[in-house]
Every structure is written in C-alpha cells, then in structure tokens.
Design a protein around this ligand. Structure first.
Ligand code: SME
Length: 166
C-alpha cells in the first residue's frame, strides 16, 4: 500500500475515533472500539488488539479483532514484551528474525507494537498489530498508531480494574 493511501486511512481512523470516543472514559469500551476501527480500516492487519498490564511485568490479552491470541505474555517475551519493557514502539519487518517472537498465528510475518499510557502517565497496555504480509508496517503506521495511542489515552482513566497501576 502506498504512503498516500496509508495517510488517508489514518486520517479517517483518527477522525472516527475522535468522534466515537468523545466523552468515553471506560478503558474496555475505548480499547474495543479502537481495535474494531483499526482492524476494519487496515486491510493488511490480520490481528489488531491490546495486551493489558495486569501485574508487574505481566501482560494479559484485552479487546481484539482476529484469530485467537495468546492469553498471557510476560515482559521478557516476544515483541509485545519488548514494547512494554522498553516503553518503545517495536516495528518488526520479519517476525522470524525477532528473537523470542511469539507465534500466536503461524501465518504472521510482520508486526508493530505501540505502548499505551494511562492519563496519569503509567504504561497500562500495548497495542499490537500483526500482518500475514512481510514488512507490512512502516514509519507511516508508527506515526499513525502513535497518534491513535495518544488520543486513546484520554479514554483510559475511568475504571482502574482494567489494568495494574503501580
Ligand atoms: N506476536 C506477539 C504475540 C501476540 S500475538 O501476535 C497476537 C509477540 O511476539 O509478542
């Protein structure tokens, strides 16, 4: 997909999320809505969803779209764990070349994972997207998804039981 098309996808996704999440402060509602909007808008995503921080160093699956995902991931495993541990976006063009990648879906070839923060600043989740195409995600996805994460942040403060917050 070319850059112009991706830019337009993210522009529309952000517009839709802004409209539908206005005034929402329930984190499950916000994450489920976000996963649905992104998964529908991004034709190259085979899996779109969240892993929540539920204990120190521990992620558990949250709202998602796509085939069955692993239920629990510790911070020391996989691409999701690396994003949570380093608090940094992981852009992986070839999952087979990523040490410790967790193959929930054997057809997955590339992946991007973005850290998600509570309004107060704590890391509370990661947003994970997989693709069956190699190198499906690029800097435009990073930019678009980091903007989505920033917008989502305002809607995550309402029910602290969704996350472990130190
Ligand atoms: N591949 C991820 C695991 C999550 S699933 O892809 C849904 C990882 O290595 O962290």
């Amino acid at each position: 997909m070319n850059g112009v098309a991706k830019k337009e996808i993210y522009r529309e996704a952000l517009q839709e999320l802004d409209a539908v999440l206005a005034g929402i402060d329930d984190p499950i509602t916000a994450m489920a809505t976000c996963a649905a909007v992104l998964h529908r808008k991004l034709p190259y995503a085979s899996w779109t969803g969240f892993y929540r921080v539920v204990a120190p160093g521990q992620l558990r699956i949250g709202p998602y779209q796509g085939p069955l995902g692993c239920l629990e991931i510790s911070f020391d495993r996989g691409v999701c764990g690396a994003a949570a541990r380093q608090r940094a976006t992981q852009l992986v063009a070839d999952v087979e070349a990523f040490p410790g990648h967790i193959a929930c879906d054997s057809a997955a070839r590339s992946e991007i994972v973005i850290p998600i923060y509570h309004p107060r600043g704590e890391l509370v989740a990661v947003l994970d997207l997989d693709s069956h195409q190699p190198a499906a995600f690029d800097e435009m996805d990073r930019e678009g998804l980091e903007l989505v994460a920033e917008r989502l942040r305002a809607s995550l403060g309402g029910d602290s039981r969704a996350f472990y917050i130190p």
